[in-house]
Design a protein around this ligand. Sequence first.
Ligand code: HEC
Ligand code: HEC
Length: 316
Amino acid sequence: MKKFIKIAGVGLTILALVIAGVLTWVNLSSLPTYPVQAIDIQVPKDSLSIAKGRKIAETVCAYCHRSENGVLDGRMFTKPDSDFGEIWAGNLTHHANGLNRYSDGELAYLLRTGIKRDGKFLGPFMLFPTMSDKDLGSLIAYLRSDAPSLQASEAVHTTNYSLLAKALMKFGALKPMTYEGKAVEAPSNTNKVAYGRYLATSNYMCYECHSGSFETNDVLVPENSVRYFGGGSPVDDMDFNIITSPNLTPHPEHGIGQWTYEQFKMAVTSGIRPDGRALSTAMPRFALLDDAELDAIWAYLKTVPPLGPVTAKAEN
Ligand code: HEC
Ligand code: HEC
């Protein structure tokens, strides 16, 4: 018996050493790198396209990249004690520490795949594989413009991924999208429902927060996401309180089936619910969207299959 305990003890010690070795490797070796490409993207110069790019940049990108200074020079996106560690959304202003590092083609490639200029994957936070080439070009045109929120800031931020995040990246559970090299087109805005779907999924990321969980979202075929538009994702507000995203399906009790278009518009653009409550900062303010866009998103949401109440408790 004594001998057995001794052997078992040696075995456990070896196992512990092996585990410690793997953890040290995960923690200290560098993250995987992927080939970087510069996509051949058309960046328009006309004011209409730049205005479209502005809408995406000042709502979607700004939600994560706007700092307290008002410019898009980056903010802390997840806290040091979060599962993924301390992650900062970087500097997008006209500075060598910001977007000046990127060519237009490299930026397009980053937005399509998540692969940074240094070849590392930045995590599944901002992937736009289905945004049309035209809108992607317009977005880049705006990001190169002299808009006040892009004025040079020298801010530098350092992300410290947690051991878990590193392990997920190293073992390939979190990895970039493959760049298909195919042309991506948006549906015509004369098809209101199809256009609304495009806006709600490919441009303004509504479904990403308003489905069941960030882990089960399907970026390429959003309808395959668990509880598509049925809510339940844990979303951090700007003070890192977790807010469970609400159900936007047309369910009459649990969704927004009884809302009017005007109530919807007010909530989305100004953050005021029909009962007068102000939505938390977990919900971006889409004040720049015009009636045609809001009306299309509204028409599309009415066609989404209604889902019952959010039951899962939000966890971080
Ligand atoms: C949900 C949050 C979120 C949204 C939305 C978002 N980003 Fe980011 N972005 C991040 C995070 C987090 C990082 C940094 C991750 C890291 O440190 O690797 C980042 C990094 C970047 C980088 C820097 C890469 C580098 O090499 O340092 C660029 C450029 C960028 N984002 C552009 C954009 C643009 C353009 C948009 C809008 C289309 C956008 N992001 C929307 C969270 C977001
Ligand atoms: C970054 C995550 C995020 C994105 C992106 C997002 N939302 Fe939200 N939204 C939320 C959260 C969280 C709430 C709940 C906030 C609260 O109750 O304080 C919310 C609330 C709402 C509400 C109010 C619903 C209710 O029952 O109170 C509507 C309507 C809404 N969002 C529509 C949209 C639309 C349309 C889009 C895209 C144009 C969108 N959201 C994009 C996170 C998001």
